[in-house]
Design a protein around this ligand. Structure first.
Ligand code: GDP
Length: 424
């Protein structure tokens, strides 16, 4: 398995960080290929507990080269703060193990401002943005109104480009939203405080990846969020603004010619969702509170309580299909141990008909869950390390999910720690 993508099958927060942290032992390079600091991958290892937002989760492994690809929303401020935090806990960080694509666009200070201004304008119709500037950033990227990280290495050109962008962006800030204008002095401070710090890490990562590929190195492509948040295939418009699917990995990483040998899809043993939008399998009341508590479902970036529900077979099967998953990691099975009976959303009911097809986004709000109940195992499985040791009811649950979603479940995770894993 030379090239492998690790992706979310659902709404994000499936436990991808934990799986990348585990799998990096078999890879030489880890590349983040899309998204920005708007979600967090939680990783627990010998260095401590981390919520990584931008840094690839391979950063903790000696000898692994970590790359922030051209598809990423590169926020110098967030990145530098995260680098300081990680380095502060003793993780070695240098241009040898962290490389930033010179073709990655920079998320500007005004992108975060615009996110907040637009959510405020939308009032009760807001999308539930994390206000990290991701949507304004990607809009500007597609308008070619962003600065590439590599431009930081060409100061004269950079200043001229920034002045042009500033003039344009201030029209929106001041005339559309009535917000204060950004000045060149503000940008100089931003350049000095954050951009200068990340400059030594910027290089032609495309050339590095091509060479790595020629040398037969193993490359892991790390996604953020999940299939249902993909800009093209997700629950539009409650998606993110980039392509979270595996098919985008070669493009966003800097190795467009790469063929993926494997796609590991991460599925949580139940569902969670952050922000607004239809969430068919959502549970409410005491039942939801119990699951949220058991699974500690609070946003890694925002601390917001996540919406929760049973595993959604219809959405998960769709996620597996759009990701082209070849293997599934089922995480947080241990969280369900308290349940007498485990609910699953086995089908949807739409317009009076039972369906197994994931609906068109505009119809999603009308879909209702059709629940089934599976037998619980009612014992602590967090210490289990082999398939045979798992209680029969837990194995039956895994086999049911595998059969329904049509993809082999090769990993069953029973705890957040690196070794809390069962291989099948
Ligand atoms: P990601 O963005 O997909 O990496 O997901 P998050 O990091 O937001 O959420 C996963 C959370 O679940 C983190 O707090 C992990 O430490 C934790 N976690 C991951 N796998 C397991 C597991 O198998 N069991 C338990 N109890 N927690 C897990």
């Amino acid at each position: 398995m030379q090239n492998c993508a690790i992706v979310g099958i659902n709404w994000g927060d499936e436990g991808k960080g934990r799986m990348v942290d585990l799998l990096t032992q078999d890879f030489d390079v880890v590349v983040r290929y899309q998204g920005g600091g708007n979600a967090g991958h939680t990783v627990i290892n010998d260095y401590g507990k981390f919520a990584l937002h931008l840094l690839p989760s391979g950063i903790f492994r000696p000898g692994v080269v970590n790359i922030l690809g051209n598809g990423v929303a590169l926020d110098p401020e967030n990145l530098w703060k995260e680098m300081e935090e990680v380095a502060g806990k003793g993780v070695p960080l240098s241009p040898d193990n962290l490389k930033i694509s010179d073709r990655a666009s920079l998320l500007m200070p005004w992108h975060r401002d615009l996110d907040g201004l637009e959510e405020a304008r939308l009032k009760d119709k807001k999308f539930g943005s994390t206000k990290q500037g991701i949507a304004p950033f990607y809009s500007d990227k597609y308008q070619k109104k962003t600065v590439l990280a590599g431009e930081l290495l060409h100061p004269a050109h950079l200043r001229e480009h920034l002045r042009d962008l500033l003039e344009w962006k201030n029209l929106t800030l001041t005339k559309v939203y009535g917000a204060p204008a950004v000045t060149m002095a503000d940008l100089e401070t931003w350049l000095e405080t954050y951009c200068e710090k990340i400059k030594p890490y910027i290089c032609d990562t495309g050339a590095f990846l091509r060479q790595a590929q020629n040398e037969g190195k193993k490359i892991l492509f790390e996604a953020q969020l999940g299939a249902l948040r993909d800009l093209d295939y997700g629950i539009h418009p409650y998606t993110t603004s980039s392509n979270a699917i595996a098919a985008y990995a070669p493009v966003g990483s800097g190795l467009p010619s790469a063929k993926l040998d494997a796609v590991v899809g991460v599925v949580k043993a139940y569902s969670s969702c952050v922000g607004e939008g239809p969430f068919t399998c959502e549970m409410f009341g005491a039942e939801a509170d119990a699951l949220r508590e058991a699974g500690a479902e609070y946003g890694a970036k925002t601390g917001r309580p996540r919406r929760v529900g049973p595993l959604d077979i219809v959405a998960t099967r769709y996620g597996v299909q759009v990701q082209g998953a070849t293997n599934i990691a089922l995480t947080k099975l241990d969280v369900l141990s308290y349940m007498d009976q485990i609910p699953v959303c086995a089908h949807y009911r739409l317009d009076g008909e039972i369906t197994d097809e994931f609906p068109f986004p505009a119809q999603l709000a009308d879909a209702e869950p059709v629940l089934e109940y599976k037998e619980g195992w009612k014992c602590d499985i967090s210490g289990v390390r082999t398939w045979e040791e798992l209680p029969q009811a837990a194995r039956d649950y895994v086999l049911y999910v595998e059969q329904q979603i049509g993809c082999h479940i090769g990993y069953v995770s029973v705890g957040p720690e690196r070794d809390s894993i069962i291989l099948r």
